[in-house]
Design a protein around this ligand. Structure first.
Ligand SMILES: [Zn+2]
Length: 186
């Protein structure tokens, strides 16, 4: 039976639950694209089934900040996803902050070990600083999902060198996530 991967492209195109901005880029556009590229890779692989939280770039999920998060988690829970991947870009007031990191609910579970594989692929394929897999039980999308879940911070939108990769290497981000997923599962 195919493994069901739910891809949450973090944030809405505008208004509530919209994302960070930096270097002329909007987080929600990058996460939307990387999510779609990842979905295409998974759709071409018969071992997987895939569902995304946003199906077009102008789609708004929810009617408030909290309902937007609840709707993303609810979609995955109702669909019976096996894995939940939420895709984000990091930001900081410090323009030197850079690199990639992944959040999971707790240490040494399935999500934690898959996250390590994915992070290794992202940092290797995109030559990004490895900030590690981090534990954060407070994130709603990690707390309320019924399946192993992770929140991937691809890179810093507020760092010039990272932002350049977020802008120009979206297919490679998707490929790296796919490779990490496959390495862990098979
Ligand atoms: Zn975000």
């Amino acid at each position: 039976m195919a493994i069901k991967i739910f891809i949450d492209q973090g944030h809405n195109p505008f208004g509530f639950n919209s994302g960070a901005e930096g270097n002329g880029l909007k987080e929600q556009d990058i996460t939307y694209n990387v999510g779609i590229y990842l979905a295409q890779l998974l759709q071409n692989d018969e071992r997987f089934e895939v569902l995304t939280s946003r199906t077009c770039i102008t789609q708004v999920v929810g009617y408030s900040n909290s309902s937007s998060l609840a709707e993303r988690v609810g979609l995955a829970n109702r669909w019976g996803a096996d894995w939940f991947l939420s895709i984000h870009c990091n930001s900081s007031t410090n323009p030197n902050a850079r690199g990639s990191e992944i959040y999971v609910y707790r240490s040494r579970n399935q999500a934690y070990y898959m996250a390590r594989e994915i992070l290794q692929q992202i940092t290797r394929q995109l030559q990004l600083q490895d900030r590690g897999v981090k534990i954060n039980p407070d994130f709603y999308v990690l707390r309320r999902t019924d399946m192993p879940a992770m929140l991937i911070e691809l890179a810093f939108i507020t760092n010039a060198a990272d932002a350049e990769k977020l802008k120009n290497s979206q297919q490679i981000f998707a490929q790296a996530i796919y490779d990490g997923l496959v390495n862990y599962l098979f």
